[in-house]
Each structure stands twice: as structure tokens, then as C-alpha cells.
Design a binder for this molecule. Structure first.
Ligand SMILES: [Zn+2]
Length: 392
């Protein structure tokens, strides 16, 4: 989930600039595709829709997921930072997990929860779409390891330590106060307990110091569930810089590339920064609930359209990771349903993974490389965490 986008923005129409070969479609359908960050649960919290059928809005539903060959979209149990340090964060996490269970309850012939890498494999073979769970923001743990166990038992298999503000676990890249200078004392304990249980440590969103402390403490490979590269967005700490990517490679982890345009190109990132500043100024002047403010937003959006990234710019991120640390440490964490109308051309929703595959084929990636990017790398990291937990 992006802290800066409202989900209510209407989706841009599809403009397909790429011709997808039979081979790309075949690779999509015949191999497991894991996308480690899709914000369906919070989309349902904002407005319930039945994603087991075609939906007019949003980036995810069953028919489009099938078309794209998606097999294991991690459902993001996203807790806004406004609920940090409140019991309501724990309640909301339970409620969002209930939504995912409701999706499966409605269509057990289409979906199944997955709590292990083996579940994903077996359910793929049965033709079911797996819905593994990742928690975006550790605030629901509330400093109590009993809550960690509770959420493990409910199926949570990764936790993004913080979201847009420092919480009781970690500093956030978006929050310049740097309350803990990295992880809090509890956060350091939590990482160890997550290792012991088999919950992957997700370093997306945290500050650089928190990232380095997390990989130092973690006995297992970590993930960045939905991060892109700072090399393309200088100064944007939410993305990972080259030194961090190299450290992630040494840790054996995987970075799952976020598709949101503002994560991908310098131009879209600057647009987002400017929009935020202009809106803040206008809200202070006009009052954020006023009709004048709403009129300002409409006018601003019309006069300053987002410069969308392209499929090519997303491929540049994948190439860059591969150049730095090889093919074994990169995957997909689109942030579908989490970044509003900011997705790149040709990657507008879950039906478009074949476009990504075509792009990889066109850049000379082998079938074997592509299979690693689609799921193999993430599965390796997940299995390493499962094996560690089984022994501890
Ligand atoms: Zn996010």
C-alpha cells in the first residue's frame, strides 16, 4: 500500500503497446507466479466487492488473475500507521484476514489459503489460486509475542516491520524522526522470534539503518516484499540503494520489484513529491474538507497528469538487480490494488504478467531465469525460512 495514493482513483484504460507471444503466455500459465504484495484486503475494507468474479474496479479479480497466470498473490494485511500503538491495529488485522477467508469461503473451487511453500506448489497442481498472507506493518503485534503466535496461527507468513511511520518495532523510511536509529529493542527480539516461527522478515518500508540491523540479526534470508531501486529514484529512501541490494544478496534474500510508477522512474517520483507538497499547501490554506480544496485537487490532477512509467522501466529495475547480484535475488511485488492509478503502461493489472514475461524474453532472459523471477527465488527464500523454523 502506498501512503500517498487514494484507492478511489479510477483506473486508466488499457493501452497495450506490446505483442505477447504464445511462448510468454505459456510460461505464465505453466509456471508458478508469486506476487508478494497485493492490497486486496484493504480494498475490500474500503468497499466490498466480490473478487471471486470479474470486478469493474481495482487491479485484481479471479478472471484477470487466471488470465495473467497468477498463482500465489500474497494478500497484504495492511494496517495504516494512524493505528500504530492502538489495539485497533490488532482488530483490523484480524478483520482483514477474515476477508481473505471469506474470499476462499465463497469460492473454494477457485481459491485456497496457503500457509507454506508446499501449499503453493500443491494448490498450483490442483489449479487453485493460493492466497498466502503477509502483514504490512507490525503494529498489530503490540509488543506481545503472543500476538505474533496468534497471527502465525492465522496464516501470516511475512511481516513488513513498519509502514509510513516509526512504530514500536522499527523506524520507517518515510518518517524522518528516526526514533530508534533502526530497530527498537523489541524489534530486535521480534526478528529472532519471526525466524523461530517461520515468518519472513520484510524490510520494505523501513529505514536504511533498520534494514542493516534486520539482516544482521536475522538468521535466515529476508525479503523486500514490494520495493524498487533507488538507483532510478535518487533520494527516495523507500527504495533500496545498490549497497543495500548487495547486502541483501549476501543475506540470500530477494527484492520483489514494486510496479508503481512513482517507485520506478525519477520523473514519476518527482511528480508525486510535488503533488504531495502542493496538496499540503492547499489543504492548509483551504481546509482539507472544504469544497474549494476538492476543486483544487480536481484542477491539479487535470493540469498535472502523472507521467506513467512503462514496462521497460520496470524491466530496467530487474536488470539492475541481476547486474549487481545475479539472477537469484529478484522477483515481483507489484503493489496491485495499493498504488491507485499509478501503474505503468502494459502492467495495469493482474492480467498483465505475460507482458512482463514477454519483456524479459525480449531482453534475452532464459526460461530458467524467468521461472526464478516469477516465483523460484521467493520460494527458495520461503523454504529456507521454513527449514530454519522447523529446527528451532
Ligand atoms: Zn506498502
Amino acid at each position: 500500500m502506498s501512503a500517498t495514493f487514494a484507492l478511489s482513483v479510477v483506473c486508466a484504460s488499457h493501452v497495450a503497446a506490446i505483442t505477447v507471444s504464445e511462448k510468454a503466455n505459456k510460461l505464465a500459465q505453466e509456471n508458478i507466479i508469486i506476487d508478494s504484495h497485493i492490497d486486496v484486503p484493504y480494498r475490500l475494507e474500503e468497499k466490498w466487492v466480490d473478487v471471486t468474479k470479474a470486478t469493474a474496479s481495482g487491479d485484481f479479480d479471479y478472471p484477470r488473475a487466471k488470465q495473467g497466470g497468477l498463482n500465489a498473490p500474497f494478500m497484504s494485511i495492511y494496517i495504516p500507521a494512524s493505528l500504530d500503538n492502538s489495539a485497533n491495529s490488532t482488530k483490523l488485522a484480524d478483520k482483514l484476514i477474515d476477508y481473505v477467508e471469506a474470499i476462499v469461503g465463497r469460492a473454494p473451487n477457485k481459491f485456497a489459503i496457503a500457509t507454506s511453500s508446499a501449499d503453493v506448489q500443491q494448490q498450483f497442481e490442483k489449479g487453485l489460486i493460493s492466497l498466502p498472507l503477509g502483514m504490512e506493518n507490525g503494529s498489530p503485534i503490540q509488543g506481545d509475542l503472543a500476538n505474533l503466535k496468534h497471527f502465525y496461527d492465522r496464516g501470516i507468513r511475512y511481516i513488513t516491520l513498519a509502514h509510513s511511520m516509526a512504530n514500536h518495532i522499527s523506524d520507517s523510511s518515510y518518517d524522518l524522526r528516526r526514533k530508534w536509529k533502526g530497530l527498537s529493542p523489541f524489534g530486535k527480539e521480534l526478528v529472532k522470534e519471526m525466524n523461530n516461527l517461520g515468518i519472513l522478515v520484510d524490510i520494505s518500508h523501513v529505514s536504511d539503518a533498520a534494514f542493516y540491523q534486520a539482516i544482521e540479526i536475522s538468521q535466515t534470508p529476508v525479503i523486500a516484499s514490494h520495493s524498487s531501486l533507488r538507483a532510478f529514484t535518487p533520494g527516495f529512501e523507500r527504495n533500496m540503494d545498490d549497497a543495500m541490494i548487495k547486502a541483501l544478496g549476501k543475506n540470500g534474500g530477494v527484492v520483489q520489484i514494486n510496479f508503481g510508477s512513482t517507485f520506478v522512474t525519477k520523473r514519476a517520483n518527482a511528480w508525486s513529491k510535488n503533488r504531495r507538497a502542493e496538496q499540503k499547501k492547499a489543504a492548509e490554506k483551504l481546509g482539507k474538507d472544504s469544497d474549494e480544496f476538492k476543486a483544487f485537487i480536481t484542477k491539479f490532477n487535470k493540469e498535472n497528469p502523472l507521467p506513467y512509467a512503462t514496462l521497460d522501466s520496470v524491466l530496467d529495475h530487474i536488470d539492475h538487480v541481476v547486474k549487481l547480484i545475479g539472477i537469484d535475488h529478484v522477483g515481483i511485488g507489484s503493489d496491485y490494488d495499493g498504488v491507485g492509478d499509478s501503474l505503468p503502461t502494459d502492467l495495469k493489472d493482474v492480467s498483465t504478467y505475460p507482458n512482463l514475461i514477454q519483456g524479459l524474453l525480449d531482453r534475452g532472459y532464459s526460461d530458467n531465469d524467468i521461472v526464478k523471477i516469477l516465483a523460484g527465488n521467493f520460494m527458495r527464500v520461503w523454504k529456507a525460512n521454513e527449514e530454519y523454523a522447523a529446527k528451532h
